[in-house]
Design a protein around this ligand. Structure first.
Ligand SMILES: O=C(O)c1ccc[n+]([C@@H]2O[C@H](COP(=O)([O-])O)[C@@H](O)[C@H]2O)c1
Ligand SMILES: Cc1cc2nc[nH]c2cc1C
Length: 343
């Protein structure tokens, strides 16, 4: 057992972060300038390769073991009537992931991504955040540690996803707890609540944040009081990836709640993350602006499961394939431009 307060053990991990590799970025820019294309013509694909190199610390980044991790949790706040679906759907969807029948299975198959599902005590929902803290500190820290396993198998690109009926309510509570404003600013329809459900959801988020208001100055307290197990595990996964130099693609509105906790602790904790997409859940745009992330895709998705992150991974893989596989002007015998302008 670790000694001291569990959150203290987490906090020690925050203090010693590897720097991004600027030498790798420079080397990538130099090779990019020799490839058979006008400078800058691959747009954001070029900056994606630079990002991979900066995080991995490699002049030739690799994506040999990309993985999507789906963290699944259940939430006591479902008792407040905040989701149109019963909590049992979380377990059923985990079975569906295992059987290969979910949307994320098909996207992983399309782009050659591994899929790993972390099932987090689904039979024991976290406490209702309108009544008390979701998790005790020790349980929250232990769940964060479990989430660190996401990078344990030598993955070189981590796509984060989640599944949990009710978790758009806890995500909204986290945003309201971290960023203030009105509860309604952060609450959306999730899986599709009707108007009465939306009103219950806004009310639940308001009451939860009011209940815990005295403790919300510390982002880790926001996490344990207003979050849930899949959110805590994703905080651990993002943190471990930062330390292990693994690039991370964030999914949508719910995954970004985990990212927001770390960002509130120290913005550099998200240096290794890109936003895979903009979710159709209304407040996601405001969240992305707070996090300083420009999403790669904007496809109107609001599913979760890591689907937006996995789709973005397909683009990232293509970006790296262009960088590694393209011929240079001299190799291909293509005439380069006559002057240095525009470089
Ligand atoms: O992350 C998103 O952008 C997102 C937006 C809407 C819904 N979801 C998914 O929907 C579930 C939560 O919705 P709800 O209505 O039960 O709170 C959960 O399994 C999430 O993966 C996810
Ligand atoms: C069917 C279903 C699938 C999901 N996948 C992610 N969240 C979900 C919510 C529901 C309800």
């Amino acid at each position: 057992m670790p000694t001291g307060l569990p959150f203290d053990d987490i906090r020690t991990l925050l203090s010693d972060l590897p720097p991004l590799d600027t030498g790798a970025v420079a080397a990538i820019a130099a090779r990019d300038a020799t490839l058979t294309k006008p400078p800058g013509s691959l747009g954001r694909l070029e900056s994606l390769v630079a990002w991979l190199g900066a995080v991995q610390g490699r002049e030739r980044p690799v994506i040999d073991r990309p993985v999507v991790t789906v963290f699944a949790g259940n939430h006591g706040v479902v008792a407040q009537g905040v989701s149109p679906y019963p909590a049992s759907v979380t377990q059923s969807m985990v079975a569906n992931f295992g059987a290969g029948g979910a949307a994320i299975n098909q996207i992983c198959g399309t782009f050659g991504l591994g899929l790993k599902v972390f099932e987090l005590a689904l039979e024991i929902p976290t406490a209702d955040i309108t009544v008390g803290p979701a998790l005790e500190e020790a349980a929250c820290a232990a769940t964060m540690a479990y989430g660190m396993e996401a990078v344990a198998n030598g993955t070189d690109l981590l796509c984060l996803g989640e599944m949990g009926i009710g978790n758009t309510t806890v995500a909204a509570a986290i945003y309201h707890g971290l960023y203030g404003g009105a509860a309604a600013d952060w609450v959306g329809r999730g899986t599709g609540v009707d108007d009465a459900g939306l009103a219950r959801k806004i009310d639940a988020v308001e009451r939860a944040v009011a209940l815990h208001a005295a403790h919300l100055g510390d982002p880790l307290e926001v996490l344990r009081r207003l979050g849930g197990r899949e959110i805590a595990a994703m905080v651990g996964a993002i943190l471990a990836a930062r330390i292990e130099r693994v690039p991370v693609i964030l999914d949508g509105y719910v995954v970004c709640a985990a990212a927001a906790v770390l960002h509130a602790l120290d913005a550099r904790l998200l240096d290794h993350c890109i936003a895979g997409h903009r979710s159709a859940e209304g407040a996601h745009s405001a969240v992305l602006a707070r996090l300083g992330k420009e999403p790669l895709l904007d496809l109107g998705l609001r599913l979760g499961e890591g689907t937006g992150a996995a789709l973005a991974a397909g683009i990232v893989k293509a970006a790296l394939a262009t960088f590694n596989g393209m011929s240079t002007f001299s190799e291909a015998g293509v005439a380069d431009r006559a002057d240095d302008s525009g470089r």
